[in-house]
Design a protein around this ligand. Structure first.
Ligand SMILES: CC(C)(COP(=O)(O)OP(=O)(O)OC[C@H]1O[C@@H](n2cnc3c(N)ncnc32)[C@H](O)[C@@H]1OP(=O)(O)O)[C@@H](O)C(=O)NCCC(=O)NCCS
Length: 163
């Protein structure tokens, strides 16, 4: 049985594995590999994720074999929230796991007063954009991508929905 729950310290290695594998699989061909390598090393490494899990920032979908999907989100203003991360193991896509994680993260933010929810998506990410659009997110603007070094000139698309 698959459950969706707040992550604990036992989930850290599974979160890192799913996010690293999915990040490479999703962005190879649409982002430079030097950027992908830098992001996965910076954000999806155990020391950082342990700290975030301790602060209750991650949700996981798991079964007896371990983590199948992971996501995080939180409040960014009094009535505004952000979906920071959402990845599902490639072998487990289209089984409702991403929707379940998004619903859990959204519900928690709604309970804290969020009325709008934002997410950043990479242009050309056809594994993410259709999912968000089918969940009511609407494109708003283009911004510089996060964690860039000089000269990369990468952008992200900002999507928003009312919740
Ligand atoms: C996006 C993602 C998290 C969704 O998780 P998932 O478990 O595969 O999705 P679910 O099974 O919950 O939901 C699938 C729904 O989204 C739609 N959908 C998802 N991806 C789609 C795609 N590529 N094309 C068309 N529809 C898609 C399906 O039609 C389905 O809608 P329905 O339930 O109304 O029929 C997952 O596919 C993933 O990890 N993608 C790659 C990583 C990524 O891009 N993450 C977002 C980074 S910003």
């Amino acid at each position: 049985m698959i459950t969706i729950q707040k992550a604990n310290e036992h989930d850290v290695m599974g979160i890192c594995r799913v996010c690293r594998e999915s990040y490479w699989e999703t962005y190879t061909g649409i982002l430079p590999s030097s950027y992908i390598a830098r992001i996965v090393d910076q954000f999806y490494q155990p020391t950082r994720v342990v700290s975030e899990v301790t602060h209750q920032e991650w949700w996981v979908a798991k079964d007896n074999d371990g983590v199948l999907g992971a996501g995080s989100g939180g409040m960014t203003g009094t009535d505004v929230c952000e979906l920071y991360v959402l990845y599902v193991d490639v072998r487990w896509r289209y089984h409702g796991i991403g929707s379940g994680l998004l619903d859990a993260i959204t519900e928690e933010c709604r309970a804290q007063g969020a009325k709008t929810q934002w997410v950043s998506v990479t242009p050309g990410n056809l594994k993410g954009i259709p999912f968000y659009e089918s969940r009511g997110f609407v494109f708003q603007q283009v911004i510089p991508a996060y964690a860039q070094v000089d000269g990369e000139n990468l952008v992200s698309l900002r999507y928003m929905r009312k919740i």
